[in-house]
Design a binder for this molecule. Sequence first.
Ligand SMILES: Cc1ncc(COP(=O)(O)O)c(C=O)c1O
Length: 493
Amino acid sequence: MASKGRLVQTVARFALSSRLQGRVPVIVQSHAQSTSTQPSDSQQPPSVTLSTEDLIQMEHKFSAHNYHPISVVFAKAKDVEVWDPEGSKYLDFLSAYSAVNQGHGNQKIIDALIEQAQRLTLSSRAFHNDKFPVFAKMLTSMFGYEMMLPMNTGAEGVETSIKLARKWAYEKKGISKDEAVVISCCGCFHGRTMAAISMSCDNEATRGFGPLLGGQAKVDFGDASALEKLLQEKGDKVAAFLFEPIQGEAGVVMPPDGYLKKVRQLCTKYNVLMIADEIQTGIARTGRLLACDWEDVRPDVVILGKALGAGVLPVSAVLADADIMLCIRPGEHGSTFGGNPLASAVGIAALEVVTEQNLSERSDKMGQEFREQLRGIQKDYPNLIKEVRGRGLLNAVVLNQADLGNATAYDVCMGLKNRGILAKPTHGNIIRLSPPLTIKREQVAQASKALREVFEFDLADMKLHAEDRSPPKTPDACDRCGRYKYVMPETEL
Ligand SMILES: Cc1ncc(COP(=O)(O)O)c(C=O)c1O
């Protein structure tokens, strides 16, 4: 056991030092556990010590079981391509949940990381550093806000925005102490911290974690009339409306056209902060810099994460104008690592790549082509595909469970994996397809072809194998209100 532990440390150290020297990260050769296989498709295959199977078993034994991953191990990645320890190549159609918009291992971003790592990695905000102000200036001017507050993960950005909204509500709106309410949407996903899950109506995320945070209410996503009704009744206690412009985790759920504009009008009318969680949709993912740009809407507060660190480091930020942001004063909120020089250097490079490579336009164009191809497949399999939807390169294929038998979207994703495409199901019957925005036309076509082949050649077998399984669960009603779509009971307000 002890020698296995040492081996893991050696592997990790070697991989890190290789990366910092700009070399291809490889896994060291080991005497005891060599299960090396011939690479199927790689110029410089990683030499294998621990096989895919070894690594999956090791993770299962030593790590908490808080995910249900597709059984593939990433050992190396460049742009859209990923290699497993055996050297098999895949195309990444998840992009780490839209964190890798700029493509894996973008050279400019890696160079910025290495250069900065050799000079200065952390000052903490107890002192100033020479990178963070440059990042703050660049980010605010690119997105058109006066100020930013740096954090690390997306969930921390969400927490920050809720704290900021409450502080603003007490200081500027005059809501009585501890009475501020933040409204969020049914089906939302804002992360896994207590405040973020308190916004959620997903039993898996909330069950067993109570008591949840008070001071929140829910409306159906996309229903501006429901929001207006709530604001008419309780608007004087409402600090903010927190929403995703497109609900990514819910399965790329799009609001009706005009919704964002209507939300903007309502938030202005009732003096409520409009907080757009653009952690997944922002930074060119949907074919615009922000998804709110599709309706020319400027939220009061924008939360960014994921691609702000380009999949290289966790970098998140909250953007707002000074009259809102300055409600938070020294000592009231912060993070040891937020605004660190390494993250700032990566953030600057990440944003430069988005501009230099016209990633918004690219995402828009490639996304349209991709959906056209997927709709072509839908035409040939109308019973199997209920809907193809999305914007830019944030897309989803909604499968018809009735036509899948006991097989699931997870099985279809395994079929895609066997054909070299990595995608992940969400909410049982939905497959989200969100490759890096640097993807080439041929690679988009490759994914469409793989999906078609899964339906054409693999599906019958999948259904047969799933026959003795129990049928996939239908979602339960929300624990908190008994509805399938969650609406906070009136009394909670
Ligand atoms: C819209 C949205 N908000 C917040 C988060 C949480 O981000 P993180 O996982 O970095 O905490 C996510 C992550 O998927 C997200 O999609």
